[in-house]
Design a binder for this molecule. Structure first.
Ligand SMILES: [Zn+2]
Length: 374
C-alpha cells in the first residue's frame, strides 16, 4: 500500500466509493484504456487490496462480467469520537463496516487525560484486532490540517495538535477532523451519498452542523473553516442566542438544548428533547407547534445550504432530527419558501443518527488518509 501510484490510488478509491464495479465501468469513469486498467488493477489484486466478485451476467450483452471489489479484511481502522463526557470508538474494515465498538467515560477533560483514555481504548481494540492500519479522531470543533483542533468549547481546550500528540503515543498514522465533516465523508463513501459527486449533510443535535462534498471532495475550507453556519441568523423574530447574540441563529432555532429550554419554559416543567418529540407525535398542541416551527426553520436552513452547494442529495441527520420526521410537511414548506425558484425538487434523506456513526466517520477519515497519503 505504501507505494501506490496515483492512478492505482484512483482505481482503489473508485471501487471503495462505488462498491463492486466492473472493469469496463472503471475504465470509462477514469478515462483509461482497458490495457492500462488491467496493468493498474493487477498489483492491487495480487497485493490483496481488490478482488473479483463472483461471476454475474451482464443482462444487456449476456457476457460474463467480474466486478472488482475492495477486500474488506485487507486492513482495519479505528475511529474515535470525543465528546465532553465519553470516548466512542469503533473498528471498521477497509470497506467501512463496523466490526467492533466501545464506549469509555471521560471524567477529566484535560488534554492529557483524554489522550490517556484514547490510548487505552486503542490498545484494547488492537488486542482484538491487531491489524489496525490507521486511526481517525473527530471532535465537535474546528480542525485544521487534519491534525490541530481549536475552539472546542465543550472540552474547554485551546489550540491542540491532537494528531501529533496521538501519533507519538500510538505509533500509528492519525488523522483528526471535525465530526460533521468526517460524518459527511463516511456517508459519501459508504452511506446516503454513495456514488454522488455533490452531496450535503446537515446534522441537528446538541449543535447544528453542515458539511459538503463538491466535485467528489470533502470541502474543508481554509484551515477547516468551511460550514460555519451554526450561528447564521435564520429567524429575525427568534430568541437571542447567548453565544453569538444573534436573534434566531441556526443553533438557537434548531438545536435540541434550545428546544428543550423553550419547551420547559412553555410547559412549566423540565422537558427533555425526546419527551418533546413524543408529545408532538401524540398530538400535544404546544409540542406540535414547537416541532412544526423548528421543522419549518430547518427547511429554510436546508434551502440556504442547497442554494449554495447545489447538491444532488441532502442528508438531514443527527440525534435531534426528530422534528423533521414528526413535521416533514413543515420542513418541505420551509425549504420551498427559501429555495431558488428555478431549483428542481430536492432529493432529501431524513435519517436519525445512531451515536456510533460519529465514530465511524472518524474511521472513514483514517481510511481516506490511508489511501491518499501513505
Ligand atoms: Zn448563535
Amino acid at each position: 500500500m505504501s507505494s501506490l501510484e496515483g492512478s492505482a490510488r484512483a482505481v482503489m478509491l473508485e471501487v471503495l466509493r462505488h462498491g463492486p464495479t466492473s472493469r469496463a465501468d472503471l475504465a470509462r469513469r477514469l478515462s483509461l484504456s482497458s490495457a492500462s486498467l488491467t496493468r493498474l488493477t493487477k498489483p492491487l489484486v495480487v497485493g490483496g487490496l481488490l478482488r473479483e466478485r463472483s461471476a454475474e451476467l451482464l443482462s444487456s450483452t449476456g457476457r460474463p462480467s467480474l466486478p472488482l471489489e475492495v477486500v474488506a479484511e485487507a486492513a482495519y481502522f479505528v475511529g474515535v469520537k470525543i465528546v465532553k463526557d465519553a470516548i466512542f470508538s469503533v473498528v471498521t474494515d477497509f470497506a467501512g463496516n463496523v466490526v467492533m465498538r466501545r464506549e469509555a467515560p471521560v471524567h477529566d477533560r484535560s488534554v492529557e487525560a483524554v489522550l490517556r483514555v484514547i490510548e487505552a481504548e486503542v490498545r484494547r481494540l488492537r488486542r482484538s484486532q491487531p491489524r489496525i492500519a490507521a486511526v481517525g479522531v473527530t471532535v465537535g470543533g474546528m480542525v485544521s490540517e487534519h491534525s490541530t483542533v481549536w475552539g472546542v468549547s465543550s472540552l474547554g481546550w485551546q489550540t491542540v495538535d491532537l494528531g501529533d500528540l496521538l501519533r507519538h503515543r500510538l505509533q500509528l498514522p492519525v488523522t483528526v477532523e471535525n465530526d460533521v465533516k468526517a460524518f459527511a465523508q463516511a456517508e459519501h463513501w459508504f452511506g446516503a451519498g454513495r456514488g454522488l459527486r455533490s452531496f450535503a449533510v446537515i446534522t441537528v443535535g446538541i449543535g447544528v452542523g453542515a458539511a459538503f462534498i463538491a466535485n467528489d471532495e470533502l470541502v474543508t475550507g481554509h484551515q477547516g473553516l468551511a460550514g460555519l453556519l451554526d450561528h447564521w441568523p435564520l429567524d429575525p423574530t427568534g430568541p437571542e442566542c447567548e453565544l453569538c447574540r444573534h436573534p434566531g441563529c441556526v443553533r438557537v432555532s434548531l438545536s435540541s438544548p434550545a428546544l428543550e429550554r423553550r419547551a420547559s419554559a412553555e410547559l412549566g416543567r423540565t422537558v427533555s428533547f425526546d419527551e418533546l418529540m413524543d408529545l408532538a407525535g401524540a398530538g400535544d398542541p404546544a409540542a406540535d407547534r414547537m416541532a412544526r416551527a423548528a421543522a419549518h426553520q430547518l427547511g429554510r436552513f436546508t434551502a440556504l445550504v442547497a442554494n449554495m452547494i447545489g447538491p444532488e442529495r441532502i442528508l438531514l441527520s443527527g440525534d435531534g432530527i426528530g422534528y423533521a420526521l414528526v413535521a416533514e410537511p413543515e420542513l418541505r414548506r420551509g425549504l420551498t419558501e427559501a429555495r431558488h425558484p428555478r431549483a428542481p425538487a430536492d432529493d432529501l434523506v431524513i435519517e436519525p443518527l445512531e451515536f456510533f456513526e460519529w465514530a465511524r466517520g472518524a474511521a472513514a477519515m483514517a481510511i481516506r488518509e490511508h489511501i491518499l497519503h501513505r
